[in-house]
Write a protein that binds this ligand. Sequence first.
Ligand SMILES: C[S@@+](CC[C@H](N)C(=O)[O-])C[C@H]1O[C@@H](n2cnc3c(N)ncnc32)[C@H](O)[C@@H]1O
Length: 201
Amino acid sequence: MTLVNEGCCPLDAKRKIGDRRFRGIFLDNPLRRLLFPPKKFLEGHVSKGMIVADLGCGPGYLCLPMAAAVDGGGRVYAVDFDEKQIVAVRKKAARNGLSNIEAHSGSASNLGFIPTASIDLVIAKGLLCCMLDHEGALREIHRIIKPGGTVYISVARFTGRNDQRRVGKEEWERILAQFRVQERGDGLTSRWAWVRKENAV
Ligand SMILES: C[S@@+](CC[C@H](N)C(=O)[O-])C[C@H]1O[C@@H](n2cnc3c(N)ncnc32)[C@H](O)[C@@H]1O
């Protein structure tokens, strides 16, 4: 896989495309905290003792509050292919005295460090539409999630038609069909869903 592009602009589609990187300030800033408070988003989905994986975690907008919420036996795997994001997560975790975050730089399509069927909740917010290997990431999500576990997935609605990272409407439906959908919606800028992996029979 080529990792050429450093930007987050739709014109990237015209360049040689790799997985997409973001500047931390776009992912964690006062405006986002106002419009999309992380604690409110996580309410009812995260509790003490859970094992969580935040795939494409960025600079820690969700994985830090999740680590605080699961503390007391729980743990968070924070994964991002952009090393800078992982460095930011580690710094913030240390600053906040959170020792239950395991931060890894690497692709969501290669999660060998997470045991099979070990995760209660996977968060993949804005991940798939930023990467090329959707199948690989979904294969890993299916592998690491416990039967009955929950997955949150969201993808950008508006990406260039020729952007190979794009998750179009049909692909989105195919992804959701792999799970039991709990709640779904179309926001202004993204499609999202809370889904469950069926219990093993
Ligand atoms: C739209 S941002 C979302 C960040 C975070 N989930 C949030 O909501 O704040 C997408 C993130 O996915 C990461 N990413 C892109 N391709 C990836 C890959 N193959 N594996 C893991 N992370 C990836 C980017 O570096 C970026 O941090």
